[in-house]
Design a protein around this ligand. Structure first.
Ligand code: NDP
Length: 335
């Protein structure tokens, strides 16, 4: 197994950012939370925005709202927190012209670096701090003082200070409180994409197949659906797993459940799953998924639209919708 370092608060020094301006490009999910956390940590932050109705929100939060180009020019650390699909074009057109020697380009996902879609100048530092959390949790866990784990990577160290800057940013957003794991952008891309392309599809396949089997055996879809994830029981189990570990939370289940889970896990043939993981990892490694996704975006995502349509009309998601309506339970349909 490859070893790594986990950094905490004592490894990071916020004074590295004293006198520096962080330009937050993007004020969405991650951008807003990271900007608020950095400011509360005493870091000077300006926000770059494309000048639409969201500018008001930035100003209401008390930040100076600039054009993306002006923010990039002002910033010493330029945080690229806009959707990964648009980041390379925005970077080339509006950010790179304003970069100065010794600036830091900061990202929270490795995708564009891994696939060379983003190529910051050699005279800049390039760092990644990738929270393993959505933006709302990044803010909430900062405010509660708990912090949240992130992956940290230094991809380019022009100044010799890139690691110190990355650690200071990680501390400023509140991540070193929980622990920051050192890796590379490639590793972060891999774990993220493999969760998206294998782990979650396997989980969805496991649940839709369970649904098909149980419905075929005469169990009403509403009963099946409420056992899956609509009752939040699964969400609670996962929350306990994060708190106590899988085995640590198992005693909260009945003895029948404990024996059922462990004995069948022990018997389960995971070989086909391993093959599926390996296959997806190969597509991530050799760039074939990235090429497929770029081509899909160039055509305005016909494949993604077709898949949404197909699954919206499937028996499983129809049952999900109906059960949610009839139980008056669960959140709205986000699709
Ligand atoms: P969002 O989709 O929430 O970002 C929206 C922001 O990007 C808004 O400020 C929006 O501006 C701006 N934006 C969108 N399109 C453009 C464009 N064409 N030109 C200029 N600005 C644009 O992104 P996330 O916060 O989800 O993701 C940001 C980064 O963080 C990504 O690299 C992502 O992979 C990473 N990340 C995301 C996580 C998550 O949970 N979402 C978790 C960890 C990392 P406007 O307000 O004007 O529309």
């Amino acid at each position: 197994m490859t070893e790594t370092t986990i950094y905490d608060d004592s490894d990071a020094d916020l004074s590295v950012l004293e006198g520096a301006t962080v330009a937050m490009i993007g004020y969405g999910n991650q951008g807003r939370s990271q900007a608020l956390n950095l400011r509360d940590s005493g870091v000077e932050v300006v926000v770059g925005n494309r000048g639409d109705e969201y500018r008001e929100r930035i100003e209401d939060d008390g930040f100076e709202a600039l054009s993306i180009a002006d923010a990039a020019e002002r910033g010493d650390v330029i945080c690229l927190l806009i959707p990964d699909e648009v980041a390379p074009d925005v970077f080339d057109a509006e950010i790179e012209p304003g970069l100065e020697e010794g600036n830091t380009v900061y990202v929270s996902h490795g995708y564009n670096l891994t696939y060379d879609l983003l190529q910051p100048p050699e005279t800049t530092d390039v760092v990644l701090v990738a929270p393993r959390m959505g933006g709302w949790a990044v803010r909430e866990l900062y405010e509660s003082g708990e912090g949240f784990p992130s992956v940290l990577a230094v991809e380019q160290d022009y100044t010799g200070d890139a690691k110190a800057i990355a650690l200071a940013m990680a501390k400023g957003i509140g991540s070193t409180q929980a622990g920051v794991v050192e890796g590379t952008a490639d590793m972060e891309t891999k774990i993220d994409l493999l969760s998206e392309q294998a782990l979650l599809p396997i989980m969805m396949a496991a649940m839709t197949t369970k649904f098909e089997v149980e419905v075929a055996h005469g169990i009403p879809p509403e009963i099946v659906m409420s056992e899956l994830y609509l009752s939040y029981e699964m969400a609670e189990i996962f929350e306990e797993m994060a708190e106590r570990g899988y085995l640590g939370q198992l005693p909260f289940h009945s003895r029948t459940s404990q024996y059922g889970q462990l004995s069948r896990f022990d018997q389960f043939d995971a070989e086909p799953l391993r093959e599926f993981y390996e296959e997806q990892l190969q597509g991530i490694d050799n760039g074939s998924f990235a090429r497929e996704w770029s081509a899909e975006q160039d055509l305005d995502r016909p494949g993604l639209k077709r898949l949404y349509k197909k699954y919206r009309e499937s028996a499983f998601f129809e049952a999900e919708r109906e059960t949610m309506e009839r139980l008056d339970f669960g959140a709205e349909d986000g699709t």
